[in-house]
Ligand binder design. Structure first.
Ligand SMILES: Cc1cc2nc3c(=O)[nH]c(=O)nc-3n(C[C@H](O)[C@H](O)[C@H](O)COP(=O)(O)OP(=O)(O)OC[C@H]3O[C@@H](n4cnc5c(N)ncnc54)[C@H](O)[C@@H]3O)c2cc1C
Length: 477
């Protein structure tokens, strides 16, 4: 008789990979199907949303959730975290109230302190008293005269380095520095892939697309689902759908559906001239989807920068947001977006959109106009459960027995989802009850920095990006 697995996971993005890792950590055998060549190769991520400060329009509750989840992920994947702060500002042309940002930051700093009081190992964003710092116009004038430091250590040093490049007369005062860090997706991918390849409890099936699922729950067998691929049928007791923006396709096999939005977005890779000291990530807020949406400049190693501009000719796209409704076949993107999703961007559009992104950023960072195209865009589609496009925390739902559908909106929710699935499996008696320490994973810890460095660089090149994108700005030991 062929093997019966406790869990079958469809999709090896961050959600499916972290679920497989947590299951393996507790000795629960699972099989992970990923149609692509390697893990964590879907929509990108670059920012650890440890406080949701890129989203002034979301509730403090969502901000706190993002902070808690981000801290958990930083504890699991420390080698992927780039410990440089984020500069947050509001241009004078925007309606947004800077005082509201400051009020939120105070609440978040208190919440971070609570998390550290709960567990000292949560202190991954530095001392809670230094979670953020507020800068007035006067402060900036004075810091602009301070010498540049190659490797800034204090908020003032980071700000002194950055402010020399920023046209701060265009910004409302005050501006802020906050301990929201960079998050390197190539390094997460490498660490997850290395750990799952080693894990004896996980059967890792890359290059393997799931083509059908049969529900055999009513047949009194020792398993509940048959998962088909081109070459074989696998028996599993519990099914996890973590197929990202394709969750609706998997639901269709089960004749289930739900309301959800799917959004396609892209960020652009540029190369700038060398500058003498490290600078923070820079955020210039704006109304999403308008011609003056947020600009985000993310520094990478070796003078590469990633740019988001929340306008339709940069990060967002006409017809880039589609909606699937319950009881209706999954919605599909138009052919132009489908072509991009298939990684067939045409070079002219890469150049035009990257150059638009560079021009857009140089409104606030004038000398950045000399930057050039540095590689193909980092792009992809993600699902948002329900019908609120501003939702930033999604989790998991259990539409029927022995089935979980992961619906994360930010990569940081992956561990929360994994633990909710494990709890549900215990409630359904698929696996025995056990005490867990979700924030530790011996499998991930067993992977060395050198192994991560090597595979992360290989994955970046395999995927067509400069190898430097797999390196951190601030090396960790
Ligand atoms: C431009 C952009 C920037 C972003 N920036 C950030 C950020 O800075 N920080 C952040 O936290 N989040 C960010 N996000 C969101 C983040 O990328 C997603 O929330 C996250 O990657 C989703 O992970 P996932 O595992 O749910 O889905 P995915 O990564 O999409 O994984 C699903 C996997 O399932 C596989 N699959 C699908 N169907 C099948 C099948 N039938 N058989 C086998 N395999 C299958 C796919 O190949 C894919 O690998 C960003 C998103 C975009 C688009």
């Amino acid at each position: 008789m062929s093997k019966i697995y406790n869990v079958g996971i469809i999709g090896g993005g961050i959600s499916g990979s972290v679920t497989a890792l947590q299951l393996a950590q507790y000795g629960i055998d699972n099989i992970l199907f990923e149609q692509g060549e390697s893990l964590v190769n879907g929509p990108p991520f670059c920012h650890l949303h440890a406080g949701g400060n890129l989203y002034p329009d979301i509730s403090i509750e969502q901000c706190k959730q993002l902070m808690r989840q981000s801290i958990e992920m930083a504890r699991l994947f420390p080698q992927s975290i780039d410990e440089r702060p984020t500069f947050i500002s509001v241009p004078k042309s925007e309606n947004l109230d800077v005082n509201a940002i400051e009020d939120k930051l105070k609440l978040l700093a208190n919440y971070y302190q609570e998390l550290v009081d709960e567990d000292a190992s949560n202190e991954v964003l530095g001392n809670p008293a230094n979670y953020y710092k507020v800068y007035t116009h006067e402060d900036l004038v004075s810091l602009a005269k301070q010498a540049t430091v190659k490797r800034p250590k204090s908020h003032d040093e980071w700000m002194a380095n950055a402010i020399k490049y920023i046209d701060y007369e265009k910004l409302k005062m005050p501006v802020f520095l906050v301990e929201e860090y960079g998050w390197n997706l190539f390094r997460v991918a490498a660490q997850a892939q290395l750990a799952l390849t080693k894990a004896k409890e996980c059967t890792l099936q890359t290059n393997t697309k799931v083509t059908n699922i049969r529900d055999v729950r009513g047949q009194n067998l020792d398993y509940n689902w048959e998962i088909s691929t081109k070459d074989a049928v696998y028996k599993v007791k519990y099914l996890v759908n973590s197929s990202g923006y394709n969750t609706a396709n998997v639901d269709e096999y089960l004749q289930l559906n739900a309301n959800r939005l799917i959004e396609y977005k892209a960020a652009y890779i540029s190369k700038w001239h060398s500058i003498p000291g490290l600078i923070p990530e820079m955020i210039f807020h704006g109304e999403r989807g308008s011609t003056h949406g947020m600009a985000q400049l993310t520094p990478y190693n070796n003078d590469y920068y990633q740019i988001h501009g929340m306008t339709k000719d940069i990060t967002l796209f006409d017809n880039g947001l589609i909606q699937s409704k319950e009881d209706v076949s999954p919605a599909e993107f138009d052919p132009a977006i489908q072509q991009k999703l298939a990684r067939k961007w045409n070079q002219k559009e890469i150049d035009e959109r990257t150059q638009s992104a560079i021009r857009y950023t140089s409104q606030y960072v004038p000398s950045f106009k000399s930057a050039t195209v540095g590689g193909p865009p980092l792009h992809g589609a993600q699902q948002i459960p329900g019908d609120d496009p501003n939702r930033r925390v999604g989790e998991v739902c259990f539409p029927c027995e022995s089935y979980a559908r992961s619906e994360i909106v930010k990569a940081s929710s992956a561990l929360t989802v994994a633990m909710q699935i494990i709890q549900k499996m215990q409630e359904e008696n698929i696996i025995p009850a056990f005490q867990s320490n979700a924030k530790q994973n011996a499998l991930l810890d067993s992977i060395s920095k050198t192994e991560i460095d090597n595979l992360a660089s290989e994955l970046a090149s395999q995927r067509g990006y400069p190898g430097s994108l797999s390196r951190l700005l601030i090396k960790r030991e």
